[in-house]
Write a protein that binds this ligand. Structure first.
Ligand code: ATP
Ligand code: MG
Length: 422
């Protein structure tokens, strides 16, 4: 038997209802804040990701699904959404009338990393971006949305960590100070940090390897090196969050993996997922639109790990599992034919009706109705047909009533709607 690919998974009925509910809540929240959905391709030219995410990142170095198509052009399954959204924003000149745009994407991403709990090779993200707004309030809005979403999903045990990465004005100064600090400790750093130290020493602050963590404990803080504008920007983010009542932790070691960030950067971390503690991450990337060939337009955004969110959401899947409103137990070909008409008439009117099409015994059909959790069963056999009625049974109260055949659809509808409204 052919099994699915390692690190990939099916989301089956029973679990998918939770995903649908999370998606519904996230969409409503984003749309209430003026974000518009954009659907971008699953694949792009490799160059797009290599250039935007950065050659020195884990994603580009070792995690991308890249392959030549039949003509030999290199294409990559998207490892994240930001690069494609920026490409689309530029390609369609979405900035022309007004550069300010809020966009979101919900969908699968692909990274070839070691599969484990909370880490898959196809995983899902909810991604939101704000273009054309340099104000720190845009960053504060994104962080606020992450906390509101967590609350609405009943997620506890999460904390928003924030930092500023400075700008091209002040970061070189910090990089130099950091590099000076690292030079004395280069031998204790892991191979990745050593290799990246020349071009991107900041990555060592974020390294998960124990020896790197230990070596970097007393590293200089970027927050001591921010220029007045970056300082001001970061203060405004914090002030706005405090006024919104958002709890946050300033974490000067938070640098995140991608190269394109500047100024505000943030992560939402949870204690409930073991090693995979990041539920969402994001930040400002003021240089990326121009770097990918567009005008100089600031931008900021976040990506939420949907799989991890689903894992820690306090919602109960059984609350949204859909059960049939009515199960029609029809016996014999004539009754089955009429039952089929009724079940279709109910379906198009929004009443979920299920029926047995194999003409099994009444006993086995009743069992099936019970197993499926139907609210009502309509019993319709030879005797009922003779009497010109069908019997509607409330599975909860066990009450039964006979309904004339020409009233079946209407009566079921009334019964179901009255149960649903109470
Ligand atoms: P991590 O530190 O866990 O590798 P990351 O920094 O690589 O995360 P981002 O690129 O910031 O992740 O993506 C945003 C979110 O997407 C993460 O916070 C996480 O919740 C989720 N995510 C990233 N990679 C995976 C994966 N392989 N499987 C499941 N979720 C993932
Ligand atoms: Mg990663």
């Amino acid at each position: 038997m052919i099994q699915l690919i390692r690190g990939f998974k099916d989301i089956l009925p029973g679990e998918v209802e939770l995903w649908q509910e999370i998606e519904r809540i996230a969409r409503n929240l984003l749309e209430d804040f003026g974000y518009k959905e954009i659907r971008i391709p699953i694949m792009e030219k490799t160059e797009l990701f290599a250039r935007s995410i950065g050659e020195d990142t884990d994603i580009v170095e070792k995690e991308m699904y890249t392959f030549p198509d039949r003509k030999g052009d290199l294409i990559t399954l998207r490892p994240e959404a930001t690069a494609s959204i920026v490409r689309s924003y530029i390609q369609h000149k979405m900035y022309a009338a007004d550069p300010a745009r809020k966009l979101y994407v919900i969908g699968p991403m692909f990274r070839r990393e070691r599969p484990q709990k909370g880490r898959y090779r196809q995983f899902y993200q909810i991604d939101a971006e704000i273009f054309g707004v340099a104000s720190a309030h845009a960053d504060a809005e994104l962080i606020y949305l992450l906390t509101v979403l967590s609350e609405r999903l009943g997620v506890t045990d999460v904390a928003a960590h924030i930092n500023s990465l400075g700008c091209p004005e002040c970061r070189p100064d910090f990089k130099a100070a950091l590099l000076g600090f690292m030079e004395d400790r280069l031998e204790t750093l892991c191979a990745d940090c050593k290799r990246r130290s020349g071009r991107n020493p900041l990555r060592a602050l974020d390294c998960k390897v124990d020896t790197c963590r230990a070596a970097m404990t007393d590293a200089p803080s970027i927050l001591d090196h921010l220029c007045p504008d970056c300082r001001d920007h970061f203060d405004t983010v914090q002030r706005a969050l405090t006024e919104l009542g958002v709890d946050f932790v300033v974490d000067s070691r938070l640098v995140r993996g991608l190269d394109y960030y500047s100024r505000t950067t943030f992560e939402v971390l949870t204690g409930s997922l073991g090693a995979q503690s990041a539920v969402a991450g994001g930040g400002r990337y003021d240089a990326l639109v121009e770097m990918l060939g567009g005008p100089s337009i600031p931008a900021t955004g976040f990506a939420i790990g949907f799989d991890r969110l689903a894992e820690i959401a306090g919602l109960k899947p059984e609350e949204f599992r859909k059960t049939p409103d009515v199960y029609i137990a029809a016996l014999g070909p004539e009754c089955q034919a009429r039952a089929f008409q009724w079940s279709c008439a109910l379906g198009v009117q929004g009443i979920t009706a299920d029926m047995d099409m194999e003409d099994r015994s009444l006993k086995s059909q009743m069992k099936r109705a019970d197993r499926m959790g139907a609210d009502y069963v309509l019993i319709f056999g030879e005797n009922e047909l003779k009497d010109g009625v069908a019997v509607l049974r409330n599975m909860d109260t066990r009450e039964q009533k006979s309904i004339p055949l020409d009233k079946v659809v209407q009566e079921i509808k009334t019964a179901v709607q009255s149960t649903q409204s109470c």
